[in-house]
Write a protein that binds this ligand. Structure first.
Ligand SMILES: Cc1cc2nc3c(=O)[nH]c(=O)nc-3n(C[C@H](O)[C@H](O)[C@H](O)COP(=O)(O)OP(=O)(O)OC[C@H]3O[C@@H](n4cnc5c(N)ncnc54)[C@H](O)[C@@H]3O)c2cc1C
Length: 265
């Protein structure tokens, strides 16, 4: 572990200025501190977001939920507006890691990190969310560009995420038992004209499954999933699961999510 400076500014403008050339944003530290300890990240300056009050707010307006980047998983899981309007998102947050991870980990940190087995990216994609940054607004479809990579540019920070309220939604995760990250997680969101399906845990970053979306938009029923081809070659194999196993999990978890939507289980 190398030495680094630490700052905790009070405004977003000060954060952006402080980041300069070599600074790195610190949110809850749940991924970043481990990365620094293992030498995977070697920032010369950590710029902490914890004192920026506007990053910790949740607001509901015009059927859009706006969740500040520093909102913890615990708060997403328990907030009455989120539980009422997008209960699948609250349930997803409640299934992340353990109690400590949920207390410290943040939605902005999870989305910026884009761990290929993280849960939130699938919610953003399926719900058609917008990532709001210190510079611009980025549609979720354009945000996740690869494993641990996003459309964020140097010194650009996420300030909030805006979620449209769907007609119905569900998230079904098959947990990797040690970490509780998703071995496969499927988020299904139903809107007036379409069903959107996003998959995490496949190994190459979150993505939408267009064939599943087409079938479920035509008929929202678990049986239609059997006829959809789930190509195992788009998944990776590792010590936890083979690509074929992951492809099968996608079918199973999508059925479970659709069953939740139809029967609210
Ligand atoms: C044991 C364990 C189990 C976990 N299980 C799950 C799980 O089941 N599901 C799941 O989804 N996640 C899981 N996580 C991840 C966890 O949910 C955290 O959200 C994630 O680690 C990010 O942590 P953080 O919010 O503290 O961000 P940090 O660790 O502080 O930062 C992570 C990265 O994002 C950058 N960053 C942070 N905030 C911003 C911002 N606002 N703008 C731009 N860049 C930013 C940082 O510079 C850093 O590169 C787990 C983590 C651990 C350690």
């Amino acid at each position: 572990m190398t030495d680094f400076q630490y700052q905790s500014p009070k405004t977003i403008q000060e954060i952006v200025l402080a980041l300069g050339q070599d600074g790195q944003v610190l949110a809850g530290g749940q991924s970043l501190i481990a990365a620094i300890k293992h030498g995977l990240s070697q920032p010369s300056l950590l710029v902490d977001l914890k004192n920026i009050a506007e990053l910790q707010t949740i607001t509901l307006a015009n059927d859009q939920l706006l969740i500040g980047a520093m909102v913890s998983h615990q708060l997403v899981a328990n907030h009455p507006d989120i539980r009422q309007k997008i209960s699948a998102l609250a349930k997803l947050a409640n299934g992340i890691g353990d109690r400590q991870i949920r207390a410290m980990g943040t939605i902005g940190g999870s989305v910026a990190n884009h761990d290929p087995a993280a849960c939130y990216p699938s919610a953003l994609l399926a719900l058609g969310a917008t990532v709001i940054t210190s510079r611009r607004q980025i549609m979720a479809d354009d945000f996740f560009t690869g494993i641990f990579t996003t459309a964020l540019e140097p010194n650009e920070i996420i300030t909030a995420i805006s979620f449209p309220v769907p007609y119905k939604a569900a998230y079904a995760k098959f947990k990797q038992p040690a970490s509780r990250f998703a071995l496969i997680g499927v988020f299904v969101a139903v809107f007036a004209k379409e069903v959107r399906v996003a998959i995490t845990g496949g190994g190459h970053g979150v993505f939408r499954h267009l064939s599943l979306e087409k079938a479920l938009t035509k008929e929202l029923h678990p049986n239609v999933i059997d006829a959809v081809k789930i190509d195992p070659t788009i998944f990776s194999s590792d010590q936890h699961a083979t690509a074929i196993y992951r492809a099968n999990l996608v079918r199973v978890q999508t059925k479970l999510a659709v069953q939740q939507i139809l029967h609210r289980v």
